[in-house]
Write a protein that binds this ligand. Structure first.
Ligand SMILES: Cc1cc2nc3c(=O)[nH]c(=O)nc-3n(C[C@H](O)[C@H](O)[C@H](O)COP(=O)(O)OP(=O)(O)OC[C@H]3O[C@@H](n4cnc5c(N)ncnc54)[C@H](O)[C@@H]3O)c2cc1C
Length: 238
């Protein structure tokens, strides 16, 4: 995964964000909407992606001089969607990442949620294919990750409506939850979790020390600068 830095740009004329590589030699401007002088937001930015129009958008987002040199290398269109698959597994097929859930980039959750899917599935596949666990363990992938993905999709959508397009209906909007808890605080309930998590909210604060079943092991400093999070889990056949 390439390390990046994000830079939100909100001018009277447009809403979007820049994303630059840490080395600073590549990046892109993602556009959410343009804003007309009367305040009307237009999310159909992709209707005109001519080079002249893209240069104008980059200059506006940068807030630079109208003759500032800008070169457009590539333009890609994307649509903000908020959808979770009805099931993350069918037989030997498992969905992870954007195949399992797509969400608006507001919050920066999409890639992280996909990594969490793979993290959840990888060790289960390893144990089952090595014969150290029965195939029932794989059922817990959908049980654990689908609710977590659906919650994250709703949170990204909430942020999209509140930050980008407040004209969208807000009647059934989920209240915004804490970013770190969304990314690291899933509370898993499945056949693979022994005991109920004594956590009232749908998420556990990863900065806390609940140690509840189905939550992430908290960070506790160990000797030699290590953390409980660095200690590898080991499983062997008894
Ligand atoms: C503008 C924008 C900003 C974002 N910002 C963030 C952010 O800040 N933080 C964050 O966590 N997430 C962010 N995301 C979301 C993130 O980019 C995606 O969630 C993530 O890339 C999904 O990874 P993936 O591997 O599941 O799918 P993809 O990255 O889509 O990878 C799928 C790959 O499969 C390939 N493929 C497709 N079909 C086939 C086929 N038939 N055969 C072979 N290969 C195939 C595709 O070419 C592609 O390379 C952002 C998304 C957008 C659009």
């Amino acid at each position: 995964m390439t390390a990046t830095s994000a830079w939100c740009t909100s001018t009277p004329n447009l809403l979007g964000f820049f994303r630059f590589s840490i080395t600073g030699d590549s990046g892109f401007l993602a556009m959410f909407s343009t804003i007309a002088p009367d305040g009307t937001r237009d999310t159909r930015v992709g209707d005109d992606v001519s080079t002249e129009r893209c240069i104008e958008l980059v200059r506006t987002a940068l807030g630079c001089a109208p003759d500032h040199p800008v070169e457009i290398e590539n333009v890609q269109q994307w649509s903000a969607s908020a959808v979770t698959a009805e099931s993350l597994s069918s037989g030997r097929v498992f969905l992870a990442g954007d195949a399992a859930h797509v969400m608006p980039p507001t919050g920066g959750f999409g890639g992280n949620t996909g990594v969490a899917d793979a993290h959840n599935l990888a060790w289960k596949l390893a144990l089952v294919t090595k014969g150290l666990a029965g195939p029932g363990l794989l059922a817990s992938y959908d049980e654990e990750r689908r609710p977590a993905g659906a919650l994250t999709v709703e949170q990204a959508y909430t942020r999209y409506v509140l930050r980008v397009d407040p004209s969208l209906p807000q009647d059934d909007l989920q209240p915004p939850l804490d970013d770190a808890s969304i990314e690291l605080g899933a509370v898993y309930r499945s056949g693979a979790v022994l005991g109920e998590a004594d956590v009232a909210t749908p998420l556990d604060d990863p900065r806390g020390h609940s140690w509840a079943p189905g939550t992430r092991v908290p960070h506790v400093p160990l000797s030699a600068g290590r953390s409980t999070l660095d200690v590898p889990a080991t499983v062997s056949r008894s």
